[in-house]
Design a protein around this ligand. Structure first.
Ligand code: TRP
Ligand code: ZN
Length: 880
């Protein structure tokens, strides 16, 4: 239930806090029927505040207030005003101690914000505004305090009691209870507070920092997960070393703890010294986790660890600055993953996410700048724009400055702002000061929403030997921003001659030692660039490495794209040329009759990929993937979903049928690769083999069927077992797929992470993910509305990935989604609001789909007691 009227928060209203909190002393009494929280705050007026007489206002949410005392004197009810979402005390001195006692009910907390229970343990999630669900507090990141936390609980049920910092005291209490006290020496905003209490096993490790300090690494999990910790701990040690080597950042506490929790709204949380993870993002063993899961764990463990500097030591002034920590930290974890595996593959993955999902967000009703100007519910702003585009923006600064000046800039930033709560502008300023570069225009990347479109035309003057590029930049209007100024786009490119070699890029005739790749500075709406001493018309390789998050239009023909696929020295652009070719082929088949042939040159290109064992197999595995349905929808002006899915399937089937012998050979070539190892080379071979298998089953190949069944039975790791299962599920071998699905469930029903995979392989499939089957899964004993991972695996995957079924033309998929969002909104508004996302872009689709999507949104709009979370998304989606 929404407790307050919908209201918008504006960046322009920011004021420094009227009061500062120096110290927080917390005592938690944990019981089965609730928890009592005693909080003593050491408060003083902020000398910087413009309002020296301000009354004290503390935030609260769903709290039962049991008592208030000021400097040890109990306050009478008339001395304070408990407004529910605020505790107001009109008269306070300049310095004082305030004690507040609240009663909360973690066992009934289904929102998973604040203190809640998950599989019998107590845990917290305070970002962004969860701390106010624990006690009254100035819940804003620019109030930083030292915390001391005492936890009391039944010793048998909760032998492990954790909070931030160092354990300073422990002891026994009456009635079989015990306590533990923790002290965090670093001042922090309350969103980084954490508490865990449970019956957990401890996995220990150590790390010696660059200055020779030994850090205690501890991972806490439920006993059944004891064998799934090694990969996270190894990843953590690699991340700690990498941050020292690449950013010069050493860990600062003596203990670093990781906890796995089954019910969690997001991936993980960087609480100071006590990172809490969604189980699916931290637990892994080769028999239960796929390669993708191994890589996800490594990246998320690193991400949360990196926050210790980019987020915790230097934090955000307010939530409009969220990308200060998230964009920068994603940039840091991308660099780490890139160094741990294949940089080209990592770049392809990041660019794919940007181009399919972030570009869609940037073109839809929820579009917002990397530094938003306003929001209603901050939980809705943990977006691809804040995270992924924010990371791309930092990446462009890296490109513009080069690695050395960028490092100088990050050093200056960490040094200058250590212990402070700052803005994205402070970050850019540090980069400017360290490098001497002027980033004034570049700052527009933080202020303007929308994806810039770069349109390139070329002209070759054979006589002058000049090749000229005419570049136009335009940025589409987004909600609240009609006219945009041109942005500074670092545009990496190369030019290929007819033999496929890179040409020297001479900006003046006769220029000596000209490089073969340059980063052009596009800064204007229209600009021309000239390259000299060019003997023949080249083929341009544009936006190499996806050097900026923009769309590029250039009229490459299919011949040129094939040429780039084979010759471009930039691996990313070889992949991109293949994608563009496939997009072109698929688009030309939308709505076309069966007499229209599939481009034979594409078959040739794919035959080459499948058969060539000499080139980088990791890149080949990526190049084989056809552009996704979601990407094709994103590229369409007005998307005919069913037409797009049919055309894509037709191309896939055609390739699979024509290349079936090559696919069988590719499968066998990559079969025996020894014991499981999550190295990028081994991952690539498993990916290739499983892609070959998937394609064979997609066209119901008999030999493929035998291979899949054998692989399913004999697999020694989850990547292969799951690869075989997925292939069978997406075939027409109905009996085989039912057997495989039921055997798989029998084998793994005790493992929630595997069961999530089992749900999503069915809900994502056009074959097994029809609405009736998906509805049936909601009644499955393993399904649980209270567990966000299960909701995502069934409802989220159906609506987000099973486009043929979700976009059924009778609108049944939309009604299904609206109905369940409606119901979920009462228990977990954050998850409910995220599920609205597939409906938000209703204007993108052709007539047939639009009405059904809009009326699903209207149903939600009309719900009584709608949460602020869903309210914001629905209202912005319906606004004109
Ligand atoms: N800061 C977390 C991260 O590393 C994000 C996060 C975790 C979060 N849990 C949350 C955000 C709950 C909002 C609500 O990206
Ligand atoms: Zn983060």
């Amino acid at each position: 239930m929404r407790t307050s009227q919908p209201r918008t928060i504006y960046l322009s209203d920011y004021r420094v806090p009227a009061f500062l909190v120096e110290h927080v002393d917390l005592r938690f009494e944990l019981f089965e029927e609730g928890a009592r929280v005693h909080s003593t705050l050491t408060i003083r007026r902020n000398p910087e505040s413009g309002d020296p007489d301000a009354r004290l206002e503390l935030d609260g949410d769903s709290l039962k207030l049991e008592g208030v005392a000021l400097d040890d004197k109990s306050l009478a009810v008339g001395d304070y005003d408990d407004q529910g979402d605020k505790l107001v005390i009109a008269e306070v001195p300049d310095q004082f101690q305030l004690t507040v006692v609240t009663w909360i009910e973690p066992q009934n907390n289904t929102r998973l914000e604040g203190l809640y229970k998950s599989s019998g343990m107590f845990c917290t999630q305070c970002e962004a505004e969860g701390f106010r669900c624990i006690t009254f507090f100035p819940d804003r990141p620019d109030v930083m305090a030292r915390f001391r936390t005492r936890i009391e609980a039944d010793k048998a049920r909760y032998p492990i009691l954790l909070s931030n910092g160092n354990d300073v005291e422990t002891g026994e209490l009456a009635d079989g209870r015990h306590f533990m006290t923790w002290e965090d020496p670093f001042p922090k905003p309350c969103y980084l507070f954490a508490l865990v209490a449970g019956d957990l096993v401890e996995k220990k490790d150590t790390f010696t920092t660059c200055s020779g300090r030994d850090i205690d690494l501890r991972m806490y999990v439920e006993p059944r997960n004891a064998e799934k910790c090694d990969h996270a701990l190894d990843s953590l040690k690699r991340a700690m070393r990498w941050d020292e080597d690449v950013y010069g950042r050493e860990y600062d506490l003596d203990i670093f703890m990781i906890v796995a929790v089954d019910d969690f709204n997001m991936g993980a949380m960087e609480n100071k010294g006590l990172n809490i993870f969604n189980s699916s993002c931290v637990l892994a063993s080769s028999d239960t986790a796929t390669d993708a899961a191994f890589q996800r764990v490594e990246a998320i463990v690193a991400h949360e660890y990196f926050h210790n500097w980019s987020g915790n030591r230097v934090t955000c002034r307010d939530w409009f600055q969220l990308s200060l920590k998230e964009g920068f930290t994603v940039f840091r974890d991308s660099g780490f993953s890139s160094d741990m595996g294949s940089p080209t593959v990592k770049r392809i993955e990041d660019a794919t996410l940007m181009r399919t999902a972030q570009f869609a967000e940037d073109a839809g009703p929820m579009a917002h700048p990397v530094r938003p100007e306003s929001y209603m519910e901050i939980s809705n702003f943990y977006t691809l724009t804040i995270y992924e585009k924010g990371s791309e923006v930092v990446g462009m600064i890296h490109t513009l400055l080069g690695p050395d000046l960028f490092r100088k800039g990050s050093d200056l930033y960490f040094e200058r702002h250590d212990g402070q709560a700052v803005t994205t502008d402070d970050f850019v300023k540090a980069m400017e000061d360290a490098s001497g570069r002027d980033l004034t225009q570049f700052r527009l990347w933080y202020e303007q929403a929308g994806t810039p479109v770069i349109t390139v035309e070329d002209e070759f003057d054979a006589e002058q030997q000049v090749y000229r590029l005419h570049v136009r930049q335009s940025i589409p209007a987004t909600p609240g921003q009609r006219d945009k100024k041109p942005q500074h786009v670092p545009f990496a490119l190369g030019l290929l001659n007819q033999r496929g070699e890179d040409l020297p890029l001479r900006l003046t005739p006769g220029e000596a030692d000209a490089p073969t790749e340059r980063v052009l500075d596009i800064t204007q709406e229209r600009q021309a660039f000239e390259f000299h001493d060019v003997a023949e018309k080249p083929v341009p390789s544009l936006l190499r490495g996806f050097s900026a998050p923009v769309r590029v239009n250039y009229p490459w023909n299919r011949e040129q794209l094939m040429f780039l696929m084979n010759h471009d020295s930039d691996g990313f652009n070889r992949w991109d040329a293949g994608q563009r070719l496939s997009v072109d082929v698929i688009q030309s088949l939308i709505g076309a009759g069966s007499e229209t042939v599939v481009e034979p040159r594409q078959v040739t290109a794919y035959r080459h990929l499948v058969s060539n064992a000499d080139v980088d197999q990791a890149l080949v595995a990526k190049m084989l993937q056809l552009p996704s349905e979601a990407y094709l929808i994103e590229l369409a002006d007005s998307a005919d979903v069913q037409g797009i899915c049919q055309a894509r399937t037709r191309v896939l089937n055609h390739l699979a049928l024509t290349l079936r012998d090559e696919l069988v050979a590719c499968y066998h070539r990559n079969l025996d690769i020894g014991p499981y190892e999550p190295t990028s080379e081994a991952i690539a071979r498993r990916a290739l083999r499983n892609t070959a298998l998937a394609w064979l089953l997609q066209v119901n190949d008999e030999e493929g069927r035998i291979l899949a069944k054998r692989q399913f039975r004999d697999a020694t790791n989850m990547t292969d077992q799951f690869g075989a299962l997925r292939a069978l599920v997406n075939s027409d071998f109905e009996a085989d797929r039912e057997v495989a699905l039921s055997e798989f469930y029998q084998q793994w029903q005790q493992d929630p992470q595997v069961v999530e995979q089992w749900f999503s392989v069915q809900t994502s499939s056009p074959r097994t993910g029809g609405l009736a089957a998906v509805s049936k899964l909601l009644d499955h004993p393993a399904f649980d509305w209270k567990n966000p991972n299960k909701v995502r695996a069934v409802v989220g995957v159906f609506a987000g990935q099973n486009l043929v079924n979700f976009h059924a033309q009778d609108g049944s998929g939309y009604r299904f989604l609206a109905k369940h969002i409606n119901h979920l909104d009462d228990s977990n508004p954050q998850i409910a609001a995220r599920l609205v996302s597939p409906l938000t872009r209703w204007r993108k689709y052709t007539e047939v789909y639009r009405d059904g999507m809009r009326s699903a949104l209207e149903t939600l709009r009309d719900k009584k007691g709608l949460s602020m979370d869903v309210y914001e998304v629905v209202h912005k989606s319906l606004a004109d």
